[in-house]
Ligand binder design. Structure first.
Ligand code: GDP
Length: 399
């Protein structure tokens, strides 16, 4: 009622006081509703919020890198080497929970007498929580199996060099954006648990490869030894590695600002090398739990039990903590060495041949046209005419 009166601009002359009060109240209410309300300062769409003014935004860089890397996916190439029957295939399957060796053909003793080392590549795409990993396993069947094992590591070093060469070519080519990296990032070298340390073939192999690839030595089939024997064998292997000047993969130093738990894990990892591992592709029941292990008449050896072997340490190192470092060392140290050697050889060959054939075309410098030449001459003369410059020009010319 009040609104219609107000709208018409009128008010009846006589009205009861209560009704008048009600009308005034109503009037104020309408007034408040229609008038623009005093508001809290609204954020302007183009304007930064106060907390956004505090930083430039490069703190998001890790997120950008993370998103890009996840989108692109990761790749990792792992080589396994060591005499046949030491449990290489079983361990690889246990590490990545795959069956990479379905079609493997095992050779009999006669076939192995003159066997040469083969290089077999298996590739699998693994996905975990949306992160894709292209895993390539380079197997080396036949290594150390023949009667004469002289230079049996040669096909393996050749393979590693070929991958470097391919990468070097691709890098110098036109399509650098889509280079496929087949360089070997790590080599798991299996040492027999039955010897008293390294055998000559182990020393030869590691010495031939240590400057080309990250070698991680492993004591195979650790369930064949009791803990004190494992400790002794580890010590012996460490001593021999030092004695023969073999450079196995060195775990990077732990940052001083890391938390105590991480530092402890890092210490344990370094002290455990060379890792004593056990592999198994069967799941058995131990203390009411289904675990990956080996069932013996006297008990169960659990692959993932840290009291039984170093399998978990190896897996953590390889996949969770050091995969990136292994790739970095491959690229920054081993590949860089190869590349430097290649460039040195190329340069010395060119100097020998006494001709410079640069792969980069040398473009002829543009010769100035006559107009430009005239202008340069004029400017030259102008400079000479300046008394302050004359002495300087003469001095420079005399030199
Ligand atoms: P590879 O020739 O080096 O690939 O060896 P395999 O993985 O084929 O294993 C050879 C044999 O050793 C198989 O019978 C495996 O079950 C067995 N084996 C594999 N790993 C272990 C292990 O850690 N301990 C024991 N005791 N046997 C193993």
């Amino acid at each position: 009622v009040g609104v219609s009166w107000l709208a018409r601009g009128g008010c009846p002359s006589v009205l009861p006081a209560a009704l008048m009060d009600a009308i005034i109240l109503q009037e104020r209410l309408v007034e408040r509703l229609l008038s623009p309300r005093p508001q809290a300062p609204r954020s302007h769409p183009g304007r930064l919020k106060d907390h956004e003014k505090q930083y430039v935004g490069f703190a998001t860089l890790p997120n950008q890198v993370h998103r890009k890397s996840v989108k692109k996916g990761f790749d990792f190439t792992l080589m396994v080497a060591g005499e046949s029957g030491l449990g290489k295939s079983t361990l690889v399957n246990s590490l990545f929970l795959t069956d990479l060796y379905k079609d493997r053909k095992l050779l009999n003793a006669e076939e192995r007498i003159n066997q040469t080392v083969e290089i077999i590549k298996h590739t699998v795409d693994i996905e975990e929580k949306g992160v894709k990993l292209k895993l390539t396993i380079v197997d080396t069947p036949g290594f150390g199996d023949a009667v004469n094992n002289t230079e049996c590591w040669k096909p393996i070093t050749d393979y590693i060099d070929q991958q470097f060469e391919q990468y070097f070519r691709d890098e110098s080519g036109l399509n650098r954006k889509n280079i496929q990296d087949n360089r070997v990032h790590c080599c798991l070298y299996f040492i027999s648990p039955f010897g008293h340390g390294l055998r000559p073939v182990d020393v030869e192999f590691m010495k031939a490869l240590h400057e080309k690839v990250n070698i991680v030595p492993l004591i195979a089939k650790a369930d064949c030894l009791i803990p004190s024997e494992i400790r002794k064998l580890k010590e012996r292997i460490r001593e021999e590695i030092d004695k023969f000047g073999i450079k196995v993969y060195q775990f990077p130093e732990c940052d001083s600002d890391e938390d105590e738990e991480f530092k402890q894990q890092d210490r344990e990892l370094k002290e455990s090398a060379p890792f004593a591992v056990i592999g198994s592709n069967t799941v058995v029941e131990a203390k009411g739990q289904r675990v990956r292990g080996r069932l013996y008449p006297w008990g169960i050896v659990e692959v993932e039990n840290q009291a039984h072997c170093d399998f978990v340490k190896l897996r953590n190192m390889l996949i969770r903590t050091h995969m990136h470092d292994l790739k970095d060392v491959t690229c920054d140290v081993h590949y860089e060495n190869y590349r430097a050697q290649c460039i040195q050889q190329m340069t010395s060959k060119l100097t020998q041949d006494n001709r410079i054939e640069s792969p980069i075309p040398i473009l002829p410098l543009p010769t100035p046209d006559t107009e430009t030449e005239k202008l340069i001459k004029m400017k030259d003369e102008e400079v000479r005419a300046l008394p302050a410059c004359t002495s300087l020009v003469m001095e420079l010319e005399s030199k």
